[in-house]
Design a protein around this ligand. Sequence first.
Ligand code: EPU
Length: 335
Amino acid sequence: MNIQQNISLKEYNTFGIDVDAKRFISVTSLKDLKQVIKSEQNIFLISGGSNILLTKNIEQLVVHLNLTGISVDNENENFAHITVSAGENWHNFVLWCISRGYGGIENLSLIPGNVGTCPIQNIGAYGVEVKDVITHVHTIEKATGKEVVFTAEQCEFGYRNSIFKNRAKDKYIVIAVRFKLTKNNHKLTTSYGAIETLLKERNINTPSITDISDAVIHIRKSKLPDPKKIGNSGSFFKNPIITINHFNQLQKKHPNIPSYKVSDTEIKVPAGWLIEKCGFKGMKIGNCGVHEKQALVLVNYGNSSGKEIYELALKIKNTVHQQFSINLEMEVNII
Ligand code: EPU
């Protein structure tokens, strides 16, 4: 096993933050991964690096999870069961599925990150969440090195949430994810406003999974910065869920506040709208800022430190709290 010393992690996080790993190893086989967790008490895992904000150098051994491989376990006329290793790039996997006619994740096109992290925060976009197509999550238990398989139900999925962010946090390493995708009668989700509008503009009445993926890619490119050009981590905050009473009070003052009903007593409000209302959209502070087209996305314009971005996030959080009495939760993991 090849452990390297003092490696910059700039290429390993989509924010492009330049901190160092004292020791670093890229793991490409399950055997090596098992050996690493056997010999090291305390490791820091990094995968696609699309949901972390690094604010300091990492003292632990950084393990870059680079397990790859896609296999179709079985398929019939209607469904395919596919197991994908954790280190596969998420968007490449989506394109792979679309090129073979497997449906279910086309709405999740162009989400940054790797397959292994998709169940952890239950990635979602345009009316679809990855939990809708996951059947099993294969992991290694850190303490024992044993392989443990979670069924979708055992993953306790919620909005940007799963057991891996709660009770099972830091206890397991996701090594592969198993999906059940459709081959026929795809369950298409096109009701999301922006998709519907774009398909209409393109005169597409009976969209294919390719049409939907193309539409999502177009919408995301028009609103969200490409991490290869401007460092970012997608949505920095979760959309907060508030009580109907609280919402009614806010609506009196802001009649145009957008919202989505969650239950009879709760409403989800877009954090991007709240942040824009507080005047942050497009704001540049030092080397970082708030994206000009989507206020939910914080960006690194070049040489920002993680601390600078974190301070901006705290400023936003405090201002939103002062103005709306809403507590924004960060979606990104602060390290
Ligand atoms: N809005 C504003 N100003 C902004 C951004 C949004 O007023 O700067 C308003 C919009 O006008 C719209 C509403 O907020 O009325 C919702 O905006 P949008 O459709 O862009 O979605 P979002 O709630 O901001 C969520 C996900 C995104 C996902 C989109 C599309 C979260 C935290 N974010 O964003 O996920 O792509 O819906 O489904 O749930 C990500 O997690 O990295 C991500 C990009």
